[in-house]
Design a protein around this ligand. Sequence first.
Ligand code: NAP
Length: 303
Amino acid sequence: MMYDIGIIGGGTAGITAAIYALRAGKKVILIEGMTYGGQIVTSPKVENYPGIASISGSDFATNLLNQAIAFGAETELETVTGIREDEGVKVIETTGKEYPCRTVIIATGVTHRHLGIPKEEELVGAGVSYCATCDGAFFKNRDVAVIGGGNTALQDAAFLSNYCNHVYLVHRRNEFRGEKGLVKPLEARENVEFVLNATVKEIIGESFVEGLLLTNKTTDEDFEIKVDGIFMAVGQTPKNDAFENVVKLDGSGFILASEDCMTSHPGIFAAGDCRTKEVRQLTTAAADGAVAGLAACQYIDQA
Ligand code: NAP
């Protein structure tokens, strides 16, 4: 069975690409490795998507997937291991199957960056978490720390302050990278404490998290805070290793593609957070999905 467009990744970019391609009459296979919806699924509240005043990330993702399915999307839950070019056909390889396609859209998103400090990996699930929405409820009435200064860290701190006794927001600079609109409400929360200009030196605890050893960057002095949970929100990294032999990546592993979503390989497009770009938002992921979906249709129609 030959597909017109094989889409790798069932997040906002991938599903949007599917909607556009299906509406253009193309045969589409949407392959997702784990959970449809991508990163937005873990966002408790989305308030910056034009036209939708407020919606939970999981409702947004469910609506999006249902919309694609209503247009006739075929979906598979499988791990993609690579893409090969076989006499003009792009073959998507998974752990179990192969999908021959005329064009491919890579929309694999990003994954959580790890801080890379001692004990971080050992204590995942024993106090160290990369998802406040998933694990926050385990820390009801406890003291926790969020590490990072971007929108994710700010949102996580707000979310956790609803459950937790005390939330330390630890950031390595004096200014947050995230939006001011998210900082202001945090300042008003009595159980949120900003620990700025501080780096994380060590996690304290043997079989579970008991605290953090931090360094004050101004005085160079170390100090401890006692916490039961640590939520890492220090950014994201791409997961494009499986495609490095078919498309060019930048030094950080993002797929080199510009606003037209074209990669270095004709007929392979990249959409959403997995490609080089300045702004990684839900709206830009959806926009990329539309651009890549239509570009793939045009590539097929002109062949
Ligand atoms: P991000 O914007 O890249 O922020 C990462 C934060 O982690 C930065 O504050 C950074 O510090 C800090 N950091 C990185 N490496 C560190 C290290 N080794 N030690 C200590 N701190 C470290 O990542 P994000 O917050 O996950 O957001 C990713 C993208 O998704 C962004 O474009 C963001 O706007 C978007 N997003 C949007 C929303 C929303 O609109 N509501 C919600 C979530 C995410 P520095 O600032 O010093 O570099």
